[in-house]
Design a protein. Structure first.
Length: 284
């Protein structure tokens, strides 16, 4: 079945940064998109061609696919998904953009066969990854339909077969962010210079080959085994730092580095550069 024909109408619940980016992506692929959010300026911020719904029930009443982007709060999601199960058509897939909470936690007591995680990286209309994470009761059919849907809108879905808080991408990001915060707090490097380290080393490397293939190549002809048996041993004894419980000085340092530029200018530059990288990867 052509997923673009199966998924004609998409409901986006929650119109923050992620929700609006999803709506922009879905609308760009010719789907009917309805967005709902209690924010009073909703009609002013939705992308062109996207419909505004006055309630969750109105948004999902004939949806084939629902992308939820509400607060990262377990009780909120429990209440919201109970409403989604009740109001959305029986065939509709119910996906959450949750950044850390597994779907089994908020699908308890519901028909969880069509509830799962579809976690993007910001902004989802630019960054292709979607982490598809089934819950304890998610059907395999729902997983495959979700994968087909995300592929149909140009994303790269990766199915993760075990639920873990934060999933994969955010756990990796958190690990690097903790050490980055520690290094800045210790006066080893400024926020801008740390960003320069990443964008001129790990960033390009990982963008092209990822951590494991990068390490495998770093071991030379002996591959990952050689790296693990030689350089890997010295790295295992490297004690990583723990950032302060009070991030105020770190916040001020980041604001000193980037606060003179507007959010829109920084975001535009980010998207332009990321699109250039992604375009280069597609061409090779």
């Amino acid at each position: 079945m052509n997923p673009k024909k199966e998924f004609n109408t998409v409901a986006v619940v929650g119109a923050g940064v992620i929700g609006l980016s999803w709506a922009r992506l879905f609308a760009s692929h010719g789907m009917t998109v309805r967005v709902t959010d209690p924010r009073p300026d909703l009609a002013d911020v939705v992308p062109a061609g996207v419909q505004v719904a006055g309630s969750v029930a109105e948004a999902v009443r004939d949806a084939d696919f629902v992308q939820e982007n509400g607060p990262e709060n377990l009780e909120f999601k429990k209440t919201l998904f109970a409403e989604l199960v009740r109001e959305a058509p029986a065939h509709a897939l119910l996906l959450s953009s949750s950044s850390a909470i597994p779907s089994s936690a908020f699908a308890e007591g519901l028909d969880g066969s069509r509830i799962l995680i579809g976690h993007p990286f910001n902004p989802p209309h630019v960054i292709p990854l979607v982490e598809v994470v089934p819950g304890e009761r998610t059907s395999e059919e729902s997983v495959q339909r979700a994968v087909e849907f995300y592929r149909s809108v140009g994303r790269t879905p990766v199915v993760e077969r075990k639920e873990i808080p934060g999933f994969v991408g955010n756990r990796l990001q958190a690990a690097l962010s903790r050490e980055a915060a520690y290094l800045v707090e210790q006066g080893v490097v400024t926020p801008a210079d740390l960003d320069a380290v990443v964008t001129n080393s790990l960033g390009p490397r990982w963008a092209t080959v990822g951590p494991f293939l990068g390490a495998h190549l770093g071991g030379g002809p002996g591959g990952y085994r050689h790296l693990a048996e030689h350089i890997g041993k010295s790295m295992q004894g490297l004690a990583l730092g723990t950032p302060s419980d009070n991030p105020e000085k770190l916040i001020e340092a980041v604001e000193d580095a980037y606060g003179s530029s507007t959010y829109s200018a920084l975001a535009e530059a980010r998207d332009r550069k990321q699109l250039a990288v992604l375009t280069a990867l597609e061409e090779n």
